[in-house]
Design a protein around this ligand. Structure first.
Ligand code: KE4
Length: 430
């Protein structure tokens, strides 16, 4: 594969955009080579400005469950655009999309739209703090919930449960209310509650973590988390920005029996357009402005063009929920193929699948939390990613991400990808 034009484009971008990208993960810092600059997408494929074609397993980090340029979604967007791009006033399409979400999520009576997952989580946290009158929140190491200040935390010193800023520019005052626990470890949660009895506003978790690689929460752990939150009057927030409509038609809530108090959504509900959302039962959402005192706002919240895209995407998913069986079968086939290739070359690999989401680690032990995920062979991952890219396979450019199957991906493409995986590992391992 030649990447000359992308290399030149990256140099130009670097002069006017920090790191040459508008979101850090796109810079390929964790893998080899420079990022292909994308010319266009078409179905399952991405085409870069050098004319290279790739089977796309990233799909804009999740939103494009129907692949690129889906005709139905395109028609609805064009129709919406012809009526105007934005009004800053209520439109019925917002209600329609809200009704679709409410119909699918038992834990949601009302939903508020925003323009990103970060905004959805930031607003949900503020709502939880407003409803409970408490300042402290609890998150899990390895879970990513967007880049709002309270959530950019890392483990404090020693056995401290309260976090410290994970980025310059985040004052310690904004993270001193954030407790950190270990994913799938209820004892670490109990310690946080012991250190901060009855003043934790909410616990936020990715019920299927997709930002440390794919690491699902154990059902028993989620049940214990639900119990401890209920006991302490703490709201349980499921961050389903990624898993929503990806793990199942009802996200993780279509798989686990545990019900959260609040849900954040994004990605698929915008179908590639900027949309985030947060929802809960009426009694919680009633605290939100203008009904209640908790302020939250947004110029382009509920943008009618973005709503039209998301509405078509969700209606297509609802109309044919068998889609998830097909997506899941392809995800399983892909991961079984990767595992078979790794075994044939004596490369340690663990894989996992949830609905249309898949993940793999170059590791010989199950991954249950971020510390386990960190044991992934990063160097091997970087070489593997490059070898696959050179063979026309576009995988997430970080081992702390998740892969996705879209409806545009065929069994033949999965076979081609497995073959590329075998060839790449053989080339690396000699
Ligand atoms: P955005 O602000 O990026 O729309 O959403 C933040 C967010 C919140 N919650 C979860 C569970 C998420 O996965 C995300 C964003 N996901 C990453 C990819 N893992 C976005 C990609 C990027 O940062 O460029």
């Amino acid at each position: 594969m030649a990447y000359d034009k992308s290399i030149a484009a990256f140099e130009e971008a670097y002069k006017v955009i920090p790191g040459g990208v508008d979101s850090p993960v796109r810079a390929f810092s964790g893998v080899e080579g420079t990022p292909p600059f994308i010319e266009r997408g078409e179905g399952a494929y991405l085409f870069d400005i050098d004319g290279n074609r790739y089977i796309d397993y990233v799909q804009s980090w999740g939103p494009l469950i129907f692949g690129h340029c889906n005709a139905d979604i395109e028609v609805s967007v064009i129709e919406a655009v012809k009526k105007g791009l934005s009004f800053g006033a209520p439109t019925t399409v917002e209600t329609e999309l809200a009704e679709e979400i409410v119909s699918l999520f038992e834990s949601i009576d009302k939903v508020r739209f925003v323009s990103s997952g970060t905004e959805a989580v930031m607003s949900a946290i503020r709502l939880a703090r407003g409803v409970t009158g408490r300042d402290n929140i609890l998150k899990f190491t390895g879970c990513y919930h967007g880049h709002s200040d309270s959530l950019l935390v890392q483990a404090g010193s020693g056995l401290a449960t309260f976090g410290t800023p994970s980025s310059p520019g985040v004052p310690a005052d904004l993270t001193k209310h954030t407790l950190l626990a270990t994913y799938n470890d209820i004892e670490s949660v109990q310690k946080c509650f012991a250190d901060s009895p009855d003043d934790i506003a909410c616990v936020i978790i990715e019920p299927i973590a997709g930002n440390m690689g794919l690491v699902p929460a154990d059902e028993e752990f989620l049940k214990q988390l639900r119990t401890i939150c209920t006991e302490h009057g703490t709201l349980l927030i499921f961050d389903e920005v990624m898993s929503g409509f990806r793990a199942s038609l009802k996200g993780a809530q279509g798989i686990t029996t545990v019900k959260p108090d609040m849900v954040t959504l994004g990605k698929v509900i915008g179908a590639g357009m900027p949309v985030g959302a947060f929802g809960a039962k009426t009694n919680i959402m009633a605290h939100l402005s203008p009904e209640g005192p908790v302020y939250q706002a947004g110029t382009l919240s509920g943008n009618p063009v973005a709503m039209a895209a998301g509405l078509t995407s969700l209606r297509k998913l609802k109309a044919n929920s068998a889609i998830y069986v097909e997506l899941g079968n392809k995800a399983k086939k892909l991961m079984e193929g990767f595992k078979k290739a790794a075994d044939a070359i004596n490369v340690p690999m663990v894989t996992d699948v949830r609905g249309s989401m898949f993940g793999f680690f170059f590791s010989d032990k199950p991954v249950k939390n971020f510390a386990d995920a960190m044991e992934n062979d990063q160097k091997l991952f970087a070489k593997f990613h490059k070898g696959m890219l050179d063979r026309g396979i576009y995988l997430a450019c970080s081992s702390f991400e998740t892969g996705f199957i879209s409806t545009a991906i065929t069994d033949e493409m999965v076979d081609e990808t497995v073959k590329a995986a075998y060839e790449t590992l053989k080339e690396i391992k000699g």
